[in-house]
Design a protein around this ligand. Structure first.
Ligand code: STX
Length: 314
């Protein structure tokens, strides 16, 4: 079993002002002259943590982390204006050109896989390899499963808090009901809804529930950006032209070596999506971890991801 690399400190941290509203935080660690990799975090709205550096050999990789619009250290916090998938794809290009990088590896799980795939489809010549985990393609079926009905059958206990935050009359569309509260004027209701939304995800992300993840997702600062940004992207169908945009355009990246790591018992992003994606990518290798859920931090998932980035070192 492979483990995470030891903790390291970044050698560069900065902001890029991408438009009149947003400033994007990014950082570089590892080997300055090494093989570039960009880490695409989840959510959308999840932000980065320093442990995300540790999926890569710091002697070999030039490791770039960034906080997507409105979350982590990017400013302004939880801002939904000028915040779409296509803005984020452009931000990644801005980071790439600012750092003078020609091509890079793209690494992302969950929403990080959605954005990583969308970036690769938009700029296929800029991607050397894809390392993806917990595949999420933001299709209506995936949203319905987790936010409306499906995951609720597996976690009926945790579901109650998410459900009970919304009056019965509005429960036919939870995303819509949450969106109204997360973007409304009632600050107390906004915060309470943000916590209920985020904790639902934090409580269901691991095969064995992790109290630390529940604590992280119930933090007000985290919950506000995570819930507001996720809900904004979901009510807008990820800003994709069609329901299944990634699968419909996946032929543009079929030449890219791709590793897909998927927890068998991923309740947030069920294995079906990873399976469907892998079938359409002839240069992909799908590993299903038999004893893992959705989280990037689970042992079997970590091991397979580190193995993947190691295999792409040369
Ligand atoms: N959102 C999936 C996602 O990216 C649909 C995600 N799921 N859980 C997380 O992120 C946290 C672990 C950050 C709570």
């Amino acid at each position: 079993m492979r483990e995470l690399y030891p903790s390291t400190e970044p050698y560069n941290q900065d902001f890029i002002k991408v438009d009149s509203i947003h400033e994007i935080f990014y950082e570089e660690s590892g080997n300055k002259n090494g093989k570039p990799v960009i880490f695409v975090h989840g959510g959308p709205g999840g932000g980065c943590s320093s442990d995300y550096r540790r999926y890569f050999d710091p002697e070999v990789y030039r490791i770039i982390l960034f906080d997507q619009r409105g979350c982590g250290k990017s400013k302004p916090h939880a801002c939904l204006e000028n915040n779409t998938t296509w803005h984020l794809v452009d931000d990644m290009e801005k980071i790439r050109t600012t750092l003078g990088i020609e091509k890079w590896q793209v690494f992302g799980g969950s929403w990080g896989s959605t954005l990583g795939l969308t970036y690769a489809i938009s700029h296929p010549d800029r991607v050397t390899e894809l390392v993806l985990r917990g595949i999420f393609m933001l299709r209506p079926s995936e949203l319905r499963w987790f936010y409306q009905e499906g995951a609720s059958y597996i976690f009926p206990d945790v579901w109650e808090s998410y459900r009970d935050n919304i009056p019965e009359a509005e429960r036919d569309n939870f995303i819509k009901a949450y969106y109204k509260r997360l973007t409304g004027d009632n600050e107390e209701e906004k915060l309470q809804s943000a916590k209920a939304w985020s904790v639902w995800e934090g409580s269901t992300s691991r095969l064995i529930t992790d109290p630390a993840l529940i604590e992280k997702t119930s933090d007000a600062h985290f919950a506000l950006s995570f819930a507001r940004i996720e809900c904004h992207y979901f009510i807008n169908g990820g800003f994709f032209e069609t329901d299944s945009w990634i699968l419909e355009n996946v032929d543009k990246i079929k030449h890219i070596p791709t590793v897909i790591v998927q927890g068998r018992y991923d309740v947030v992003c069920p294995t079906k999506s990873a399976w469907e994606l892998a079938k359409l990518l002839p240069k992909s290798e799908l590993t299903i971890i038999p004893d893992a859920g959705h989280s990037a931090a689970e042992l079997g998932i970590v091991s397979a991801l580190v193995e993947a980035t190691d295999s792409f070192r040369v």
